[in-house]
Design a protein around this ligand. Structure first.
Ligand code: BG6
Length: 479
């Protein structure tokens, strides 16, 4: 059941993902997809739009014949989510369609201010009761806009659904490369022994985008980069990189470890935060002309536990950056003693492990070698793994395929638990508050197509470090 079926998310992501699951024989042939929205559409009109969208957004896998088999599974139901009476008739419609016990997954692809009313109406209509089949609910981000609103939302949802029925989506967790962080760390033996304060100098997490706020300006202007990207995607990547090995891939075991990381994050010193806004942002339609909404942020975090004491984590994300790249870079310490005669003033370059989440998905390990035909000179070289060359040229599955399948199967490992969401807000809220409430703090301007404001570079330079990009063709150090 997709609530908000006429919207962008349904067309761009959800239905293309369901179509691809069907194509791979992962969606049960007896499954039914019911879209609910207010528009006076019929099945034909709904399917027509979905077909156009799937053709566009799933271009590489679109197959006419498979679409004709898939299409009859999809139906449309016109209803107003703000009318409790519509849920009663919807419940009757679903009972008839199912003709017996069936599992249901409700997907809220709707505006966040409708989450609570919709959940309450589902409860009142008895649609959360698991008599004869499971009832699960998927909730999209934003999950609140601060700790208090997230807590209220958690409470309202818990009033109707149990935690094991709730699936809070963070699409970064569905990305193949983000999932691979856990496999890289815990399906190998050689990395984990050095994954700690004794060998790691610092860690960088970057999610740089080239797009601007575009048609989402209204939403974005009241949100900003800290709420839009840090509270969720970046902190989720942090937990995957920093967590202790869970005993199993069980959803609770995994999420317990992630929560421990968030709990151990030291309150961020505001002097270790830099916010930026790209030039021209305030001229965007639907943006306030005097807006101080940040479109870029860089922070330094510390995790106060045995493994990470003293290791800074530098995290940054921004819109309209020089290139699109999401990557995690682990910079190791330099060797404790240099036995080679390096040219005057030279140091050995540290080993660097870069995990590229997107777009050139892969992993790079940089290490030192002797420069051939030299006495004792060294050069850094790169050991590379690319998904493209190891697993063929086909596209990696979209994050929504994995997440929809897991939610249908009741596996919550790649979804955020209520306490995880709240702990993440506890880290972000004070930073947002300090920048919003102290008039002398305004985001630093930066030019479009750059790596953000100069002040972010100074944040690094203070500790003698620099931002790095080690994936794809970049391999650069941004001084
Ligand atoms: C979304 C944010 O959650 O993630 C967007 O709301 C952002 O502002 C997007 O552009 C980035 O996702 P991806 O998968 O393109 O890196």
């Amino acid at each position: 059941m997709i609530f908000g079926a006429s919207g962008d998310l349904t067309h761009r992501k959800l239905v293309p993902a369901l179509y691809n699951l069907f194509r791979k024989d992962r969606l049960m042939r007896h499954a039914r997809i019911v879209g609910v929205a207010r528009r006076p559409w019929d099945n034909e009109r709904f399917r027509w739009g979905l077909r156009q969208a799937t053709q566009e957004f799933s271009a590489e896998t679109f197959d006419e014949e498979i679409w004709y088999e898939f299409e009859p599974l999809v139906t449309y139901y016109q209803g107003n989510l703000e009318h409790p009476g519509d849920y009663q008739s919807l419940a009757v419609h679903l009972d008839q369609l199912e003709g017996g016990p069936a599992d249901r997954l409700y997907y809220l692809a709707i505006a966040p201010d409708l989450y609570i009313p919709t959940v309450e109406c589902l409860g009142q209509a008895g649609m959360a009761e698991e008599n004869g089949g499971t009832r699960r609910i998927v909730i999209e981000k934003p999950f609140g806009r601060d700790l208090q609103s997230a807590h209220e939302l958690n409470q309202a949802v818990h009033y109707v659904f149990n935690e094991n029925q709730i699936f809070r989506i963070d699409h970064y967790l569905g990305k193949e490369t983000a999932q691979n962080i856990l496999f890289f760390r815990f399906a190998n033996t050689i990395f984990e022994p050095v994954w700690n304060r004794r060998y790691v100098d610092h860690v960088q997490i970057a999610v740089a985008e080239t797009v601007d706020v575009g048609h989402r300006a209204k939403f974005y202007d009241s949100t900003g980069v800290l709420r839009d990207m840090f509270q969720n995607h970046l902190l989720q990547l942090l937990t995957l990189i920093a967590m202790e090995p869970p005993a199993s891939f069980d959803d609770n075991a995994l999420r317990n470890e992630k929560v421990k990381v968030l709990q151990a994050v030291r309150p961020v010193d505001i002097e270790d935060t830099i916010l930026g806004q790209y030039e021209g942002y305030c001229e965007t339609e639907d943006v306030r002309p005097d807006s101080v909404t940040p479109t870029y942020a860089a922070l330094m975090l510390h995790i106060d536990n045995w493994r990470w004491q003293g290791v800074p984590f530098y995290i940054r994300s921004g819109k309209v950056m020089a290139s699109k790249t999401s990557e995690i870079t682990v910079v190791f310490q330099r060797p404790p003693h240099v036995m080679f005669n390096l040219p005057e003033g030279n140091q050995l370059t540290p080993n660097i492990l870069s995990m590229c989440i997107q777009p050139d998905e892969g992993i790079h390990l940089k290490f030192e070698t002797k420069l051939p035909d030299s006495g004792q000179e060294t050069r850094s070289v790169d050991m590379e793994f690319h998904y493209r060359s190891s697993f063929g040229n086909g596209p990696l599955p979209d994050a929504y395929e994995r997440l929809l399948l897991d939610a249908m199967q009741g596996d919550a490992s790649l979804f955020a638990r209520s306490d995880e969401i709240e702990h993440a807000w506890k880290i972000i809220d004070p930073i947002v508050a300090a920048w919003e409430n102290e008039p002398q703090r305004r985001p630093y301007p930066y030019q479009r197509g750059t790596w953000g404001p100069d002040e972010a570079r100074l944040l690094m330079r203070r500790s003698g470090r620099s931002w790095r990009l080690g994936c794809g063709d970049h391999d650069v150090m941004i001084q």
